[in-house]
Design a protein around this ligand. Structure first.
Ligand code: ARG
Length: 479
């Protein structure tokens, strides 16, 4: 018998039961749902809307139900449709009439928005911590890289030499921006919808700020229609997840390339590699590939929710029930990707000699040779053309520009002096890029210092977040 059976003469068509239910997904939010109900009942009693004895019975009953779900002994019934009804009907079975008073001045529309916001906060916080974990691994790898150089690339072609630490720090800054996006998503979720009472507010003297305080929300949503129809906070979370997944996917692509025989720049640890069922020699970067692959799934979750929200009139619509599955999936998938990537980065071996051994290919010094001429008075465009011809000459001779004899340089321009060797020395080339944010060891040391300082700021920001209600992890495989 549905909770709304008073108005109905016929039972629901069986085919609609599973179709209309969100319980298989939203039972993951049981801790948030129970916390929301305890806060609501506590506030109702404080305001004299229900009796203190009823509120006490409700709170005790809810805690007992939570313990049963934790223990995996609670039996969910799809006929209950969603986690809100599953818990409320069980409460009423256990404590009788008092249970029926819990839903005073409240709607499932408010409840689902409350539970989902509480879950979004918990997920965002977990992801912020995981983001810090990967950043720490990359910062350590950057520090350990010391003066290791590798060919910096554009279009996947050798361009100019860079420090490996500089390359790795680029990802640290990307992840820093991801952290900012997660923290914005946390803040977007950090407001209380309860009190909307389906859509318009209620005649009961609710104290919404008290409920917000009890649940650890920073404030209340200002408009009751917005309270039940807003899912921007989930879009923010899924967008933050998507951009971060794209960053992990780019790093994964580099890991796949770098661990190939062609590059040989890194060797993944056995713990983060797989073999082949037929080819005994294989050591594959499956997990980097899988992170790259799972990115499609995370971005897909975002696109799904954007499409679900598009065209919805105010206020709550059942379409919105499609919001949670993708958000939970995106957050869980990304959390796994972050954990695996952190382990992979922390255990790979850098083959610095191999990186250096490919540096004589691709004329990495060409820009600096052109700069040499420009600094000796030749207009840069002209210098570019002169060096272009030197590169062509080297290509014809099958060598690198740095291997051409001095006479060839002298023939190309009178401005070349013996000191051109300095412009051809790859370590000197790197050391000369002292621009703020450049790849010179001195600039990168400063960058590393700032990246670590930024890390500490973000680490502290996690400690200052408003309280969260962690996702439940039931003992049995009931969920
Ligand atoms: N199961 C619903 C959801 O996930 C909860 C709210 C349903 N409200 C309603 N009036 N049908 O969105």
């Amino acid at each position: 018998m549905a909770l709304w059976s008073g108005r109905f003469e016929e039972a629901a068509a069986p085919v609609t039961q599973e179709f209309g239910a969100s319980l298989p997904v939203d039972k993951a939010l049981y801790k948030q749902d129970i916390a929301g109900s305890i806060a609501h009942a506590t506030m109702l009693a404080a305001q004299g809307i229900i009796g203190q004895e009823d509120a006490d019975a409700i709170c005790e009953g809810l805690k007992a139900i939570e313990a049963d779900i934790d223990a995996g002994t609670f039996v969910f019934d799809i006929a209950d449709e969603d986690i809100h009804m599953a818990i409320e009907s069980e409460l009423t079975r256990r404590i009788g009439a008092a249970g029926g008073r819990l839903h005073t001045g409240r709607s499932r529309n408010d409840q689902v928005a409350t539970d989902t916001r509480l879950a979004a906060k918990a997920l965002a916080r977990d992801l912020m911590e995981a983001n810090l974990g990967l950043r720490a691994a990359l910062l350590d790898a950057a520090e350990e890289a010391g003066d290791t150089v590798l060919p910096g690339m554009t279009h996947l072609q050798h361009a100019q030499p860079v420090l490996l630490s500089h390359h790795l720090l680029a990802y640290v800054w990307m992840l820093g921006r991801d952290f900012t996006r997660l923290s914005a998503a946390f803040d977007a979720a950090d407001l209380l919808p309860l009190g909307a009472a389906a859509l318009a507010g209620t005649t009961y003297p609710l104290d919404r700020r008290m409920t917000a305080g009890l649940l650890g929300f920073a404030g209340v949503i200002e408009n009751s229609l917005d309270a039940v129809s807003d899912r921007d906070f989930l879009l923010d979370l899924e967008y933050a997840c998507s951009v971060m997944a794209v960053h992990l996917s780019r790093l994964s692509e580099e890991i796949v390339l770098w661990s190939s025989q062609e590059f040989g720049f890194i060797t993944l640890s056995d713990a983060y590699s797989t073999g082949s069922s037929i080819m005994p020699q294989k050591k594959n970067p499956d997990f980097a590939e899988l992170i790259r692959g799972k990115t499609g799934r995370v971005v897909g979750d975002l696109v799904q929710l954007l499409m679900t929200c598009k065209g919805l009139p105010l206020a709550y619509n059942k379409d919105m029930q499609e919001d949670k599955e993708g958000a939970l999936d995106a957050a869980k998938t990304l959390a796994q990707c972050l954990a695996v990537m952190t382990g992979m980065v922390g255990t790979w071996t850098v083959n610095a000699d191999r990186m250096r051994s490919v540096m004589h290919r691709g004329h990495l010094a060409a820009t600096d040779v052109a700069d040499y001429l420009a600094k000796h008075g030749m207009p840069f465009r002209e210098a570019h053309a002169v060096v272009g011809h030197l590169v062509l000459e080297a290509e014809k001779q099958g060598c690198d520009i740095s291997e051409l004899p001095f006479e060839t340089f002298k023939e190309a321009s009178d401005l070349f002096g013996r000191d051109i060797t300095k412009a051809l020395d790859l370590d000197a080339i790197v050391a000369a890029r002292t621009t703020e944010g450049g790849t010179a060891p001195v600039a990168v040391a400063e960058q590393l210092r700032r990246a670590r300082a930024r890390y500490l700021v973000d680490e502290n920001a996690v400690k200052l977040l408003s309280p969260v209600i962690p996702m439940g992890v039931p003992a049995a495989s009931a969920l």
